[in-house]
Write a protein of this length. Structure first.
Ligand SMILES: [Cu+2]
Length: 570
């Protein structure tokens, strides 16, 4: 049986609900019968080709799946066998990686590790059973294709009933380069702070790191309460070259999602950026986080969350007022933002909130007021709550999410059609999502790890080389583990950057002291100067990519091959 649910463009609510009806219909009529005989096979076709796109600037060449930026949202169902036919119409090799998906490693889609890649003009068919559900994404794993637009959302419907939502939208965040990404990388290699236009103290900072070491330098600067490093150091590539998009649209392109007051709206946030972390908030609404990286969580109410590159978070909001709400995703370094509206009417758009002051951001980002401890202790146990409050307190609690106050100046005059109605109840205090608060919905007892591997996250910012243990990928031996082992990785971040660490094919259970309820993730962000500990059950044989998900870090060497060996293979 062939069912193609490739409709899913969350821009169009009617199309979406129609597809849902079809989905229900098929399930009602035929699914039981089909399942009795064989797994339902979803068959999909994607064509990878170049296309000129114009996102409010000069037209540029993009590399897209089915001409879409983002590519089409794929809808799979847990328990089905999927077949994905990929056709390469480029003049260079391509690949698609199914991010966060458990599959035979030959289907994982990393050229040079799990398959040969897809040659120009060639086709490749991925086939595997779908063993999980939730919010994921797919992206190119060849060259800079991911940065050039080759990505899309992947939504897997659960075999078990899930909490009902009246609306279900994909909110896919990305960074679109206004320059050729190869040129960007070349520039970074020549001058790593090329994109940092306020670099007055960067030289001092590096000098201090050389003299005192990173830990000293960070704690020194932070303890004085005088952050002399500019916030723009937090991102190597930023809003000076990027436009920030929601589902492929700039803030000016006024992306909106419809709702009726009182409805439960599920928003599936996916950070498909190559390099950009976002701080997400929806002024006037509490977001209930129900899943991270596709995995159900015990519901957690937050007013904001940071989403690292390649992470996904599913949240439920229940807007009560007849007004447009802002979905506001600021680049972590505040060099720009993505914006969309959650609105009762297509012609009502939410105003863009005022940006969070950058100077208040830095403390939290660099490990916060307690950076001295953070550097020694756990990544998540030493979080700077004061800084978090300061970060949002400035306008959020004082302004009470007042829309008038939040209304920005002339540049957003285009959004002036918004509608003001009754204010939602005041939210008493600000809570941002913290890894420490994540609890898996169900317990997974892992037992004691069989061994521990310390992996230092290293780099030479001035030469723009990134690595693990000071050895870059080209010079590194693969990490070898045995099938059935539980390996504890200790990620020691010795750099001044955040690194979102991703392991293909396997899960990382982040040790936050919650035992069997530690959350499992495919991406673990490790903040500057901190250590994160994860337990990884090596439950899938094969050769897997293991890397920082910042594209320019991966490309310059922060990458390993992780081999899970069958017991008889020695
Ligand atoms: Cu990195």
């Amino acid at each position: 049986m062939r069912v193609n649910f490739r409709q899913a463009d969350s821009r169009s609510a009617p199309a979406k609900s129609a597809a849902k009806r079809v989905s229900k219909l098929i399930r009602g009529i035929g699914w039981g019968m089909v399942l009795a005989g064989q797994a339902l096979a979803g068959e999909y076709h994607l064509t990878i080709a170049e296309k000129r796109v114009d996102i409010g600037g000069e037209p540029q060449t993009a590399i897209l799946a089915d001409d879409g930026l983002p590519g089409p949202t794929l809808h799979w169902r847990e328990g089905e066998d999927v077949v994905l036919h990929i056709e390469n119409r480029l003049s260079e090799p391509t690949s698609i990686h199914w991010h966060g998906i458990e599959l035979p490693y030959r289907m994982d889609g990393v050229p040079g590790i799990s398959f040969e890649g897809i040659a120009p003009g060639a086709r490749f068919s991925y086939r595997f059973p779908v063993k999980q559900n939730g919010t994921y994404w797919y992206h190119g794993h060849s060259g800079m294709q991911e940065q050039q637009g080759l990505f899309g959302a992947l939504i897997i419907e659960s075999a078990q009933p899930q909490p009902a939502a009246d609306r279900d939208y994909v909110v896919l965040l990305s960074d679109w380069p206004q320059a050729d990404p190869y040129r960007t990388l070349a520039r970074l290699k020549k001058q790593s702070d090329y994109y940092n236009f306020q670099k007055r103290t960067v030289g001092d900072f590096f000098a201090d790191i050389e003299r005192l070491g990173l830990r000293e330098t960070l704690s020194d600067r932070l303890a004085w309460g005088e952050m002399r490093m500019d916030p723009t150091d937090l991102a190597d590539v930023n809003g000076s070259t990027y436009r920030f998009l929601v589902n492929g649209r700039t803030p000016q392109m006024a992306q909106h999602f419809l709702f009726k007051p009182g409805e439960r709206v599920r928003l599936r946030f996916i950070n498909a950026s190559a390099m950009t972390y976002f701080d997400v908030r929806m002024p006037g609404l509490t977001m209930q986080v129900i899943a991270a990286d596709g995995q159900n969580l015990q519901p957690l109410n937050v007013n904001g969350f940071r989403i690292a590159v390649a992470e996904t978070y599913d949240v439920i909001v229940q807007p009560q007022a007849e007004r447009a709400y802002s979905i506001f995703a600021e680049a972590m370094d505040r060099s720009g933002y993505a914006h969309a509206s959650l609105s009762p009417r297509a012609d009502w758009l939410a105003p863009v909130p005022p940006p969070t002051p950058r100077t208040l951001l830095t403390m939290a980002d660099m490990g916060g007021a307690h950076a001295g401890h953070a550097a020694q202790g756990d990544n998540h146990l030493e979080h700077a709550e004061h800084a978090e409050h300061a970060e949002y307190g400035g306008h959020a609690s004082q302004a009470g999410e007042n829309l008038e106050a939040a209304k920005p100046a002339a540049e957003h005059a285009a959004h002036a059609g918004h509608h003001h109605a009754a204010m939602p109840p005041e939210i008493p205090s600000y809570q941002t999502l913290d890894y420490r608060d994540l609890r898996a919905e169900t317990a997974t007892p892992l037992g004691k790890p069989d061994r521990e591997i310390e992996l230092r996250l290293t780099g030479d910012m001035r030469r723009y080389i990134w690595s693990f243990d000071d050895v870059k990928y080209a010079d590194a031996e693969p990490i070898r583990v045995k099938l059935g082992e539980v390996v504890r990785f200790r990620y020691v971040n010795q750099t001044m950057m955040n690194h979102p660490i991703h392991i293909h094919g396997l899960w990382q259970y982040l040790d936050i002291g919650a035992g069997a309820y530690n959350p499992k993730k495919h991406v673990i962000n490790v903040r500057p100067g901190t250590t994160a500990v994860v337990d990884v059950p090596a439950d899938a044989v094969g050769e897997w990519a293991f890397h920082c998900h910042l594209l320019y870090h991966m490309d310059t060497g922060m990458f390993r091959k992780l081999i899970v060996e069958a017991p008889d293979r020695e």
